[in-house]
Ligand binder design. Structure first.
Ligand code: GRF
Length: 221
């Protein structure tokens, strides 16, 4: 048997540049996985076009179709259940998921967040980094729990804050490094090397004492 591909469902809200990076890596066979579904909470999300072009099934689960957060969450669980993903990736999904989907996919749902967690959970991270005078910023991938941006951190990428940086400049510099972080982390998942356990993250059956750090080559040291 050629084996079952690792199946990933991706949730987005906007541009979808991380989804695009993932689609490209899959089509160029740099990653052995199947993107089985893309869900957006906005019908106008530009990222949906990347999914359409790659002929990936899409589902728009938004406020207009599903009144209230609970109804949206239930529909998300239903839609995911139909494709049985090995992993659910939140890549720029700007709506907070409730306990329903989070608990249904506990240990199988990850989020890409633009800060060096535990610093700056929540929104406007670039602005907050600048206001705090931090000399470093970065991105994190963490398991999703019911605590917002609070689940165990798997991997991180760091970038320096430069003098004269604006939030936009920082975001533009972080974005390509986030894509690399995502691809390197997804590779670990496709090889089934990463797991969540009650105390944090296991890599190859050993607990991680700190998040994996992406090096300048886009690999983990
Ligand atoms: C990324 O910066 C990610 O860290 C955050 O939302 C952004 C998504 O960007 N959660 P894109 O939609 O993938 O371009």
């Amino acid at each position: 048997m050629s084996g079952q591909k690792f199946k990933v469902a991706v949730l987005i809200s906007g541009t979808g540049s991380n989804l695009k990076a993932l689609i490209e890596a899959v089509s160029e066979k740099r990653l052995a996985l199947e993107i089985c579904l893309v869900i957006s909470n906005r019908a106008s999300a530009a990222g949906l076009d990347h999914a359409r072009q790659a002929q990936i099934p899409i589902a728009v689960i938004d406020k207009t179709g599903f009144a209230g957060n609970l109804a949206q969450d239930r529909e998300i669980v239903r839609a995911l259940g139909q494709v049985s993903p090995d992993l659910v990736l939140l890549a720029g999904y700007m709506r907070v998921l409730g306990a329903g989907p989070v608990n249904a996919y506990r240990g199988r749902m990850i989020n890409l967040h633009p800060s060096l967690l535990p610093r700056f959970p929540g929104l406007h991270t670039y602005q907050r980094v600048l206001e705090a005078g931090d000399t470093e910023h970065g991105g994190s991938i963490h398991f999703v729990t019911t605590e917002l941006d609070g689940g165990p951190v798997i991997s991180q990428v760091r970038i320096p804050v430069q003098s004269g940086d604006t939030a936009e400049a920082l975001a533009a510099r972080l974005s390509p490094r986030e894509h690399q972080l995502l691809l390197a982390t997804m590779e670990l998942f496709t090889r089934r090397r990463v797991k969540m356990f009650p105390g944090g993250v296991m890599l190859d059956d050993s607990p991680l004492t700190r998040p994996l750090l992406l090096n300048s080559k886009g690999l983990f040291d």
